[in-house]
Design a protein around this ligand. Structure first.
Ligand SMILES: O=C(O)CCC(=O)C(=O)O
Ligand SMILES: [Fe+2]
Length: 373
């Protein structure tokens, strides 16, 4: 079976699509032995190398304020053949990941931010998703099939410059202030990777369940590609496929576990990628161990990461038992750059907003619709 995945890599034509289908398959489940696991990279030591980040680029104090270990303690890796790609294996301080899960469920979906539910519901119906869903989630019984709460129907949220899925553009007049805590985390990670003046301007949050996937796409709508794309994962794990500059190029499979960060920069910034499958976290506990921990008592006052109340965490923990949340953060504009004044209508495409990330479809195409860029 492992051979099967490898041989697909060699076939050339549409190798990525075949690999996507291979990892998406439910019955029989695929062999995951070719999937690089950066938490245990020994098995793939031929492709993975240690990446020495310059610890002087982010002070220990700033790292701690963003809820991160000092950079000298990070396990950062590069991947042969992918210059500019950096994988940081869970650099989060114990307890700090909970904050991001709570923000993604309770705070970031709030109006005026936009989510997939807005595509077919009124703003009053999609506001206060947390309040409308928390009791239902908390009382959920795993053994029974129960109706999904609105929060469980959430697939994406945008913040900062809100991505327009129809025109595949960002615009000056569709903007809400970028969350300051996520900005601090993003600036810190970017700085540690050598991008000192990175500005977090747009965020796309993706919410996955065990039957979700994200189709093959490239993120190229940002106007300046010299800045990295940052990706943060929490909850259950994903198989992530990193491809080439062409959609059909072969791809390298890797796991993203809770707390892992990916930086796509330089010549890896515009590579095709996809998430064919969500899998249980490797520690096989209902909630990944790194999310069980609470913030240390001596956490400084000025940290952006807050303690999550027991009441709130009860909801988040229930949700995350079957879900993964990914936050991608982008800088949209270059230094001193502004959006073009005339909208570029030629870019209009035939995607259906909100269909990029449908859970139950077996077709990889259902998700590909999201960003065929
Ligand atoms: O969920 C992920 O790991 C990938 C998300 C992604 O590619 C995107 O939002 O553009
Ligand atoms: Fe992406």
């Amino acid at each position: 079976m492992a051979k099967m995945a490898t041989s697909m890599l060699q076939q050339g034509e549409d190798a990525f699509r075949k690999l996507f289908k291979f990892y998406r398959r439910k019955n029989p489940p695929p062999d995951f032995s070719d999937v690089i696991d950066f938490s245990n990279p020994g098995n793939h030591s031929g492709k993975v190398f240690n990446c020495d980040l310059n610890a002087a680029l982010l002070s220990d104090g700033d790292a701690c304020r963003a809820g991160l270990h000092p950079v000298c303690k990070w396990n950062a890796f590069g991947l042969d053949g992918y210059p500019g790609f950096i994988f940081i294996s869970n650099p989060f301080l114990p307890g700090s990941q909970r904050h991001w899960v709570k923000q993604c469920l309770k705070v970031y979906p709030q109006k005026p931010n936009i989510c997939n539910l807005d595509m077919h519901m009124s703003p009053t119906d999609t506001d206060n998703l947390w309040e409308k869903s928390r009791d239902q989630i908390r009382q959920k019984c795993a053994a029974k099939r129960e109706p999904k709460s609105l929060l469980e129907k959430l697939r994406w949220v945008t913040n900062g410059y809100h991505y327009n899925w129809d025109t595949k553009t960002y615009s000056a007049d569709h903007y809400t202030p970028f969350p300051s805590d996520l900005n601090a985390l993003s600036e810190g990670v970017a700085a540690a990777c050598g991008f000192q003046n990175f500005k977090a301007e747009a965020g796309i949050l993706n919410y996955y369940h065990f039957d979700s996937s994200l189709g093959i796409h490239v993120d190229e709508s940002e106007l300046d590609h010299s800045w990295p794309l940052l990706s943060f994962s929490f909850g259950q794990s994903a198989v992530f496929l990193l491809g080439g500059l062409r959609r059909e190029d072969p791809a390298t499979p890797m796991f993203m576990h809770s707390g892992d960060i990916m930086v796509m920069s330089g010549s890896s910034r515009l590579l095709y990628h996809a998430v064919p499958r969500i899998v249980s976290s490797p520690d096989k506990q209902a909630v990944p161990q790194c999310l069980v921990q609470e913030l240390a008592d001596d956490t400084p006052e000025d940290t952006v990461v807050q303690n999550v109340s027991e009441e709130d965490w009860a909801v988040c923990a229930k949700y995350i038992q079957t879900s993964r949340i990914n936050m991608t953060v982008r800088q949209v504009l270059g230094l001193g750059e502004a959006f073009p004044t005339e909208p570029d209508n030629e870019n209009t495409v035939d995607i259906q907003p909100g269909t990029y990330h449908e859970g139950s479809s077996d077709s990889e195409e259902s998700n590909v619709k999201r960003k065929k860029q």
